[in-house]
Design a protein around this ligand. Sequence first.
Ligand code: NCD
Length: 305
Amino acid sequence: MPHILTAAALPVSDLLRRADTWRVRLAERPAPPVAPKAALIALLFYEPSTRTRAAFEQACVLLGYHPLVITAEASSIAKGESLQDTVRTLNAQGVRAIVIRHPQAGAPIHAAQVSDAPILNAGDGAHEHPTQALLDLYTLWRHYGCPDPDTRWLGGRKVAIIGDIRHSRVARSNLILLTRAGAEVWLCAPPTLLPDTPLPDAHTTTNAEQAIQNADVVMALRLQTERMQQGLLPSLDAYRRDYQIDPERLKLAKPECVVMHPGPIQRGVEITDAVADGAASLILTQVRHGVYVRLAVLEYALGEA
Ligand code: NCD
């Protein structure tokens, strides 16, 4: 069964269509019945999470599996067990899949080396967050009227990703899927929050106005203070002044520009209330779409219809 480790390996068109099938199915009243499978899917969350974890839990329940949530403090890793031994243990107990969020880049790849059950990367350090990128792509795909996903349907669209690019797994996974769909991607951050080596296939700038100018999509990112060495961000006020997505800056974008954010948002830092709650915001739509996309990805990883 396939592991889901990187955005590049996702069968994107199939998953977009599957996610959309779930959207339609879950809108049915009464809700479609769930056939219980009496089996577990493990969710190993070694970093905080609200929406990703809730979406995966809901997807497990809707597919008939019981979600077994294990957090770092409440597991044997607090006793010194390695991730690979935890994964071997869960395999021996017959879990059907293992979803992993981990502070270390590459942790899900190590897990996959010892797991028969599919491993799903729910965010590893500053490396990748493939299902977040897929739900962001699904959100744009719906927004633009579900074009043929096998074409370069984002061709001619400018997407500006603004914030802590250096530490963002969301930016890395999004870059892969957005450019593949044909988008022109701009990455924008203060010099200290850009990656040491420029990411491929993207325009990079430290000037937010240049990134937002004429954009179709503006995606704001949180400052990942938990991954930051001290001194990378000398002044929060200067960050707000130069990079915050506010109504004034947004006027530089196309009039029909939409605003995205993977969450959690820090209101008043990377984005203002007026933009986060404004008409152009897709933030809560992204959250809702997260459930459909996790359903699609779990189904695919489990080899279900
Ligand atoms: C992101 C993450 O954890 O990578 N959140 C999410 O999954 N929706 C982004 C973040 O933490 O800033």
